[in-house]
Design a protein. Structure first.
Lengths: 287, 374
């Protein structure tokens, strides 16, 4: 009992922080979505389902769908590119490894917005990328590189790749590479050994990479705003519009809640399934 | 009998380091062959070349008549038991053992049946469902052996398989390995730095030093007739005395003049004559220690010394006897405690004696490289 008490005491500061600055605000946001909008941008009195009914906007399913597929694809690509990098880094000699890790962290020294604007210059109809593509006849002069979902995907992957590499590298560094020798020895091809031994071996890193990329991408707003344009908006843009342009806080809250549910519901489902299998210990470690 | 596994001039260099100098090796089918040497002698590199993890710079590796030098590890009829077991942590013991069959694309019911047989062989059926982290070191070891054997390799490589176990378990696993070998009749190539393991398990041993094999022979040949000074020193304890041959005695023996020691008689298995420089190796247990001068014969050497140190080891006592500026290590067995009423004590003057046959002459390095084949 004494030990449990100590554990609670140690958890208390972070628990308090999360409850006060995360759980309560989230519940408040959810609650606000059931309030009427005030005429001057505030929150009105009483309770209403008006906002949620108003979500039946014909534009929304398309935007939600685009948000979800862009997030999933970004996450998949970040992990797909991040895994070989993490593998190579972990197998590398010390000095080279540190130099390359520095290169991965280097972009963070430049402001996020500046880097995205740089992409706008690169993808501009008269920008470098277009010129190169034209040179190799990979694009026609009419090809529009900017202001579509693919531009968003490109810049999302560019921005979030380091976030997937770092946790994957941390997991790969702890991986016992003699296991790959063992797999090869037992008849596995290089690829088979990678898939059936290395990937399960870094599963904790995969989960972290997934969460650390998927969740922020789901709510991303600046990237689709700058390189996406009005025809390829994500939920984040809609929330911003409701807040800044329409000054309709309940509507923005409802959209935020949808976003939160997209993340929370699958996680709850996984948790419940684990609990049911009585796999509590393993689940605790992976989470 | 034709060799079953053959290494022909296999060599590997890492930068300036000649890890393995051109090496020939021939293994018979079904034997347990050990490569014994200190860490850094190249034995692990040699093993990794056979397994396919290291590409040799030159030479060929032939298994059962087939040249496998250019094949990747997964295409060789060879499996390995790794030093740290290298069991897959995310798979159960059962799935670890079945991994090789799964990679080979065998049907599920065949895998289940063969894994069951293996579990029986290693006596681990009760632990099949557990993850490797939840079983003991000895059980991990057995699972690693089963995982390698289930593929019915032509050759099983064992890379210091017992190094991570404690002494008791190591002795137990040594017997276990011997039993498993008797049942499966697969050729074992065993790499170790532990002479006890190599001696106890092997049919033949190759002693390796600085990238080359110094001697190949049965455990007894390696111990009793070491080909080089290194082998004599590395295997067991020995006393090495330097000297020159001064005379031949009736063909089978020579008289030696040893530095700080005087004249002794030794067995002349090499046909040496006056003027040849030799090391004389005498194992500590070959001496007899007495207070009275022993009845000297033509083939029995006797020399007087003083006990400078003694260590009681239970079944034996180890003496350090000072003889003319040298300290000689002597091991005496306690066979008869009740009769041994007056044991030799520290600082006593004693007689060391040994039969001429028990002093083994070793030539300077290089001259005897081909000698001592068992």
């Amino acid at each position: 009992m004494v030990r449990r008490w100590h554990e609670w005491l140690l958890t208390l500061p972070s628990l308090t922080w999360l409850v006060v600055f995360f759980l309560i605000p989230s519940l408040l946001v959810f609650a606000i979505s059931f309030r009427p909008a005030g005429p001057y941008g505030g929150i009105g009195e009483g309770w209403t389902l008006e906002t949620w009914q108003g979500l039946a906007n014909p534009n929304y399913p398309e935007i939600v769908w685009r948000t979800v597929w862009l997030s999933v694809l970004t996450t998949v690509l970040c992990i797909a590119f991040g895994l070989p990098v993490a593998y190579a880094l972990a197998r590398m000699e010390g000095p080279w490894r540190n130099r390359l890790l520095l290169l991965i962290i280097l972009p963070f020294w430049t402001n996020f917005l500046i880097r995205i604007f740089a992409w706008r210059t690169l993808l501009h109809p008269e920008g470098l990328v277009k010129d190169v593509l034209l040179l190799f006849r990979l694009a026609s002069p009419e090809t529009q590189l900017l202001y579509n979902s693919w531009a968003i995907l490109l810049v999302l992957v560019y921005s979030f790749l380091p976030f997937s590499i770092l946790p994957l590298y941390a997991a790969a560094e702890k991986f016992d590479f003699s296991l790959l020798d063992a797999a090869r020895d037992l008849g596995a091809s290089r690829w088979r050994a990678f898939v059936s031994v290395f990937i399960p071996g870094v599963s904790a890193g995969l989960l972290t990479a997934f969460l650390i990329v998927f969740i922020p991408v789901l709510g991303s707003y600046a990237i689709p705003d700058i390189v996406g344009g009005p025809t390829s908006e994500m939920i984040g843009n809609k929330i911003a519009q409701r807040v800044f342009n329409d000054r309709n806080l309940p509507h923005a809250s409802a959209l935020s809640s949808i976003l939160a549910l997209i993340v929370i519901l699958p996680m709850l489902a996984v948790l419940v399934r684990r609990r049911r299998r009585g796999d509590g210990a393993a689940g605790g470690r992976a989470a | 009998m034709a060799a079953f596994i053959e290494l022909k001039g296999v060599a590997k260099r890492f930068g300036a380091l000649e890890a393995v100098k051109p090496t020939d090796l021939a293994l018979q089918k079904g034997e347990i062959f050990s490569i014994l040497g200190p860490s850094g002698c190249g034995k692990t590199t040699l093993l990794r070349m056979v397994a396919g993890f290291v590409e040799p710079d030159q030479g060929r590796i032939i298994v059962n008549g087939e040249d496998i030098t250019d094949r990747p590890p997964n295409k060789r009829p060879i499996n390995t038991v790794f030093q740290n077991y290298a069991l897959f942590p995310h798979l159960s013991i059962r799935d670890n053992i079945g991994f090789g069959l799964k990679m080979a694309g065998r049907p599920r019911d065949v895998i289940t049946r063969e894994v069951d047989e293996m579990l029986e062989l290693i006596r681990m059926a009760d632990h099949a469902h557990k993850r490797p982290a939840l079983v003991s070191g000895g059980q991990k070891q057995r699972a690693a052996i089963a995982r390698a054997l289930i593929n019915q390799p032509q050759l099983l490589l064992l890379d210091e398989p017992l190094a991570a176990l404690d002494l008791k378990l190591r002795q137990h696993m040594l017997l276990e390995l011997d039993r498993i070998h008797d049942e499966v009749e697969i050729t074992f190539l065993y790499v170790t730095h532990d002479q006890g393991e190599a001696m106890g398990l092997s049919d033949r041993i190759a002693v390796m030093n600085e990238g080359s094999i110094e001697q190949i022979g049965t455990p007894a040949a390696i111990y009793e007739t070491p080909a080089t000074r290194f082998v004599a020193d590395f295997i067991g304890d020995t006393n090495i005395l330097d000297g020159d041959v001064t005379a031949r005695i009736n063909g089978n023996y020579v008289r030696l003049e040893l530095d700080d020691f005087g004249p002794v008689v030794a067995w002349n298995d090499k046909g040496l004559g006056p003027g040849d420089a030799v090391h004389l190796s005498i194992r500590p247990e070959k001496f007899t220690l007495t207070r009275e001068p022993p009845g000297a014969t033509a083939e029995r050497n006797a020399i007087q010394g003083r006990v400078e140190d003694l260590i009681y080891l239970g079944s034996q006592t180890k003496f350090r006897v000072g003889v003319g500026g040298r300290r000689i290590t002597v091991l005496q067995q306690h066979a008869r405690f009740q009769l041994d009423t007056k044991p030799i004590r520290w600082d006593e003057t004693v007689w060391l004696s040994w039969h001429a046959d028990d002093g083994y002459m070793i030539l300077e390095r290089g001259a005897a490289a081909e000698g001592g084949q068992g």
